[in-house]
Design a protein around this ligand. Structure first.
Ligand code: KIV
Ligand code: ZN
Length: 518
């Protein structure tokens, strides 16, 4: 019987705290539901004390995602743990994850506490957390650079207090696999009560070794791996979930372990995260990169055609990449579209299907063949998570290297049609300026990427942009066969998020003042 490795997903905590990866509550919920479909064992949903927004999203995820353990992060103090427990309490399987640094570097410069004091802090924190919750994970931050005997003493103490999971983070991605493996073996053999807890690892990727370190740790006795979708996370990121899971899956001959992950949900999870954050995955990224299963060299293509085993160690289907044969075009009807979406894993309700059908027809009118990626883009872009305050009715722009770029835009808001035009530094700039004139809420473009999601000259281009509104910034995305149209849609997407945010803020203030009055 292969031994079970528990997959602890921290995309919504360590991943989300990295630059450019922030998500709002609805987006986090959407990702959490997808992680549930992926069948990870634990979702670390956030760090509740860090902000009201984080608290709310951990709580909502705990209320709504019922089949997975929901963890919240807390420093080793009562206030953090209280807040964390408030947030994870509604979960079917709550977990408090408390941590404190154990390396001398952190003790001396950051915490300014002695080893004995930190050991006592850790002990007290776990004891306190245990008063609320059976499942308590303890992390020794910067464990990879901590004195080993001291680390073991801390672990022994927190197990005595009831810690159920002991986590060994390589917080700064400093370890080398053989060294990290030895560290895990040392902990396993020098903590007398280690049998009462699950040993876990949490590796950062600063030297590109997070996955290698995690797998070596598994070989040495770690049974929980902390990781993120697409490997996002602080600095160079965390160990990538898809790489860990597929390495275990593909090399069962060497690694006699299994996870509970439904590998066919890996690709949809990766795509959803990209779509929510605008953080694109590099083309040659293992498992989920665009080229991960593309065979370009003639010799390779020849080999693959003769026998896939020659150059393919796992199939694209096994990670959820569909190789669909059903061709969709302008003559395809609603029935075909519904079936096609089901095939792609989307169960659309009648209203969503109708909306998708209208968008599909628009694409089909402009292209001979509508690819799977076009359809996925329609669902992601067309069936927005946010109520749209502004809708794009049309955008018309002209540009070139000899004339001043100009754009005319028409938007719809609450049934009224609003028009304006502007000149700009290129047609995209002109279109965005025209939108600014209509909405009266100009944003500053911080980041802009465009990539084609389908093949051919008439491909659908997807634009991601980060728009700064002064106090807060939002990711906007839009897709179209026309890059100006896609850019205008992406910009409006960010504006609609801003409108939604302002409304939520006003509502919150109103509720607070009403509560104050009573
Ligand atoms: O990298 C780290 O040490 C962490 C801990 C809080 C687990 O993220
Ligand atoms: Zn981390």
């Amino acid at each position: 019987m292969p031994e079970r490795i528990y997959i602890f997903d921290t995309t919504l905590r360590d991943g989300e705290q990295s630059p450019g990866a922030s998500m709002n509550l609805e987006e986090k919920l959407l990702l959490a539901r997808q992680l549930e479909k992926l069948r990870v064992d634990v979702i670390e949903a956030g760090f509740p004390i860090s902000s009201d927004g984080d608290f709310e999203s951990v709580k909502r995820i705990a209320e709504e995602v019922r089949t997975v353990s929901i963890a919240g992060l807390a420093r080793a103090n009562k206030m953090d743990i209280d807040r964390c427990w408030e947030a994870v309490k509604p979960a079917a399987k709550p977990r408090i994850h408390t941590f404190i640094a154990t390396s001398d570097i952190h003790l001396q410069y950051k915490l300014k506490r002695t080893r004995d004091q930190v050991l006592e802090d850790a002990r007290q924190a776990v004891r306190y957390a245990k008063g609320f919750c059976d499942d308590v994970e303890f992390s020794a931050e910067d464990a990879a650079r901590s004195d080993l005997d001291y680390l073991c003493r801390v672990f022994e103490a927190v197990i005595e207090e009831g810690a159920t999971v002991l986590n060994v983070p390589d917080t700064v991605g400093y370890a080398i696999p053989s060294e990290f493996g030895e560290r895990i073996r040392y902990v396993r053999t020098h903590v007398p009560n280690i049998g009462k807890a699950i040993l876990s690892v949490h590796c950062h990727n600063d030297l590109g070794l997070a996955v290698a370190n995690s797998l070596t740790a598994v070989q040495e006795g770690a049974r929980q791996v902390e990781c993120t979708i697409n490997g996002i996370g602080e600095r160079a990121g965390n160990a990538s979930l898809e790489e860990i899971v597929m390495a275990l899956h593909t090399r069962r001959d060497l690694l006699a372990f299994e996870t509970g992950v439904n590998t066919r949900e890996i690709y949809p999870s990766s795509g959803l995260l990209t779509n929510l954050t605008g953080m694109l995955v590099q083309a040659n990224k293992a498992i989920v990169g665009r080229n991960a299963f593309a065979h370009e060299a003639g010799i390779h293509q020849d080999g693959i055609l003769k026998e896939k085993l020659t150059y393919e160690i796992m199939t694209p289907e096994s990670v959820g990449i569909k190789d669909s044969k059903l061709i969709m075009g302008k003559h395809s009807g609603r029935h075909a579209l519904k079936r096609k979406y089901e095939e792609l894993g989307f169960a659309l309700n009648p209203t969503e299907l109708e909306k998708a059908y209208i968008l599909f027809k628009k694409v089909a009118d402009r292209k001979k063949e509508v690819f799977d990626e076009d359809l996925i883009t329609i669902v992601r872009d067309g069936l927005r998570i946010f109520p749209e305050a502004y809708k794009l009715k049309y955008v018309q722009a002209s540009g070139g290297n000899q004339i001043l770029a100009a754009a005319a835009v028409m938007l719809e808001k609450d049934g009224a049609l609003l028009r304006d035009s502007a000149v700009g530094d290129g047609p995209i700039d002109a279109a965005l300026r025209a939108i600014d004139r209509i909405t009266g809420m100009p944003g500053r473009l911080m980041d802009y990427t465009v990539h084609s999601v389908t093949k051919g000259k008439d491909a659908v281009g997807e634009v991601h942009m980060k728009v700064d509104f002064g106090t807060i910034s939002f990711i906007g995305r839009g897709a179209s066969t026309d890059v100006i149209d896609a850019s205008a849609r992406a910009y409006l997407n960010a504006i609609n998020k801003m409108v939604h945010y302002q409304m939520a803020l006003a509502e919150h203030k109103h509720t607070e003042s009403a509560a104050g009055d009573s």
